[in-house]
Design a protein around this ligand. Structure first.
Ligand SMILES: NC(=O)c1ccc[n+]([C@@H]2O[C@H](COP(=O)([O-])OP(=O)(O)OC[C@H]3O[C@@H](n4cnc5c(N)ncnc54)[C@H](O)[C@@H]3O)[C@@H](O)[C@H]2O)c1
Length: 348
């Protein structure tokens, strides 16, 4: 029986990946770990609770993690565990370094000491920073140029992953950088669920600054499929030239090449809810140091591993809006447990 260890499994993408795995590999053993931090929501795993073993643990706690590895002997490890919200990273950078750097390293070290078939570290487009004018997109060869506490902590985790890939090439480590995700089970502190849950409660939608920040969007199920493809790909040895060319490392950038401004996406969501943007949008103070634009090129993943996104943006977004409308109890419980998730930067 194949055993998967999925960390950060009570968060948005981790939970979606566990659901995806349960469907795809009904016979697999799935061990889900999460320290149940602020962004987590254990009920995200309720629909698959009878198929998953859950452990509350901090991935940065090496002793606990290595004991878990020795007990379950995972074949595959997928690390989603991270603090992930840019706004909260500005208010509390330290917890981001703990999870995104120390946590990433502790898991790499467990995989090195115990041995696994492959270890996939989930990273983000944001490690590349902001696209300079005149450049179309980032790719695996782009320099890391993080400029926010969240993306800097993720980039530090990336550097450790790259160092482990180069130093221990037989470990079979892979890493992905993905565009912004949307879909079910996303905490309503992030743009899309925040705006939907606001209007469903009769509140206006806050748009940071002019709303012209450009973002690259992918449905979470397409992200899960890309991760699974990379995790299982037969990649062969890392070539010596990878020492100076990171595009040759087992790193894959994931995107549907769907770029849209934050303001436009608010308009699309309001249209799906039959609401007039003029009445429902409120421009509010932007958060400091907000990236203006980033876009990532998935050509390597498409050409080498044959992955393609399957969800078209308009219908994927319409379905997502419908999910939050239909699952009001889910987000009302989240809001009751966590309080107001909207940050007011005019008073900070
Ligand atoms: N959301 C996106 O659009 C997006 C895009 C690209 C990449 N990513 C990456 O995907 C991963 C998952 O993102 P998400 O949106 O699901 O985030 P999320 O915040 O919804 O979930 C992260 C989960 O990790 C858990 N966690 C954090 N630190 C931990 C620790 N030390 N030990 C155990 N559990 C811990 C949290 O409790 C939470 O449940 C992150 O690494 C993020 O950088 C996210």
């Amino acid at each position: 029986m194949t055993t998967y260890l999925v960390t950060g499994a009570a968060g948005f993408i981790g939970a979606n990946y566990v659901h995806y795995l349960v469907d795809l590999e009904p016979d697999a053993r799935i061990v889900a770990v999460d320290y149940l931090g602020f962004a987590s929501n254990l009920p995200n795993l309720d629909p698959v609770a009878d198929r998953v073993e859950f452990l509350r643990a901090d991935v940065a706690d090496f002793d606990q993690m290595v004991a878990l590895y020795r007990e379950i002997m995972p074949d595959y490890v997928v690390n989603f565990a991270a603090e992930s919200h840019n706004d909260r990273a500005i208010l509390d950078p330290t917890s981001f370094v703990h999870s995104n750097v120390s946590g990433a390293q502790a898991l790499l070290e467990c995989s090195r000491q115990v041995g696994v078939r492959s270890h996939l570290h989930v990273s983000t487009i944001e490690v590349y920073g902001e696209l300079p004018p005149g450049q179309d997109s980032f790719n695996e060869a782009s320099s890391l140029n993080a400029k926010t506490p969240y993306s800097a902590a993720k980039a530090a985790g990336d550097q450790l992953v790259r160092a482990y890939m180069q130093t221990y090439p037989d470990m079979n480590i892979r890493m992905t950088h993905c565009a912004n995700n949307y879909g079910p089970y996303q905490l309503p502190e992030k743009l899309i669920p925040l705006m939907i849950t606001n209007v469903l409660r009769g509140r206006k939608v806050p748009v940071y600054g002019d709303g012209l920040q450009m973002r690259d969007w992918l449905h979470v199920t397409d992200h899960c499929a890309a991760i699974h493809t990379v995790l299982h790909a037969d990649l062969g040895p890392i070539p010596a030239e990878a020492a100076t060319n990171p595009a040759l490392l087992p790193i894959f950038d994931i995107s549907a090449r769907h770029e849209i401004s934050n303001l436009e996406i608010v308009h699309v969501v309001l249209r799906h809810l039959d609401l007039d943007p003029a009445e429902w949008i409120e421009h509010v103070a932007d958060r400091p140091n907000h990236d203006r634009r980033y876009l990532i090129d998935p050509s390597k993943l498409e050409q080498e591993l044959g992955w393609r996104p399957e969800r078209e943006f308009e219908s994927g977004l319409a379905e997502t809006v419908r999910w939050y409308v239909d699952n009001r109890a889910w987000w009302e419980d989240v809001l009751a447990a966590k309080g107001n998730l909207q940050v007011d930067w005019s008073t900070r």
